[in-house]
Write a protein that binds this ligand. Sequence first.
Ligand code: HEM
Length: 228
Amino acid sequence: MNLLFKFWSSSIGKKWLVALTGLALLGFVAAHLIGNLQMFAGAAKINAYAEFLHANEKPLWVARIGLIGAFLLHIAATLSLVRANRAARPESYALNRRVQSTFANRTMALSGLTVLAFVVFHLLHYTFRTTDPRFKTIAEGGLLETSFDVYHMVLLGFQNPLISGFYILSVGLLALHLSHGISSVVQTFGLKSKKSGLWIPKAGGVISLAIFAGYASIPAAILLGLLK
Ligand code: HEM
């Protein structure tokens, strides 16, 4: 806690908090993608994976609490930095900055807020299963064989083009957010003038694109009838 207050007390410290929590969230996004890609390995594989995760409640809750903490800190430190920047920056500088900034840079707030809205919907959709009455077991009046039948739940969910479209748009904005975020991490960690400052942003672009392609491939494959 003491360390957290030390970080929070300066703007450099807050930038480090945004960068470190961003990297932790990137780690989750990559791990979750690897888990989700098991959709292509068939129902037995991904359902066994879901059952394995839920059988380990303690580590699962530790990871969840870490994830929520990182998410909240990432947003709170960003908001605090934006507020301090606005208060310090004269209007004309804001106009000049627009010329130099990239599209990903200018859309950080929009992409971040869309990802936030997406995560809320996504949790209601597949974790709490409150948006679709079919996401219950047959015994409970739904269409799933067991509560770990993630394969059929995702299949049913993405057969709706509106929902699939929203997921694809959201993971696109997530990728845009990540591509700028990874470049910002380089600056925060003071690596910009070193060799790694050149290749990390490029690698960030490739990682973001791979994350987009990986996540979007699942709703796309279901809409195209490649997963049944
Ligand atoms: C094609 C895209 C995605 C699919 C198919 C998918 C699938 C799922 C499923 C099935 C669950 C529920 C797991 C269970 O309870 O057994 C879940 C949970 C979750 N997903 Fe996703 N997901 C996708 C994209 C994302 C993205 C892009 C993010 C983050 C930006 C994300 C964040 C989460 C979180 C935070 C949880 C809750 C984890 C927990 O506490 O159990 N998901 N996802």
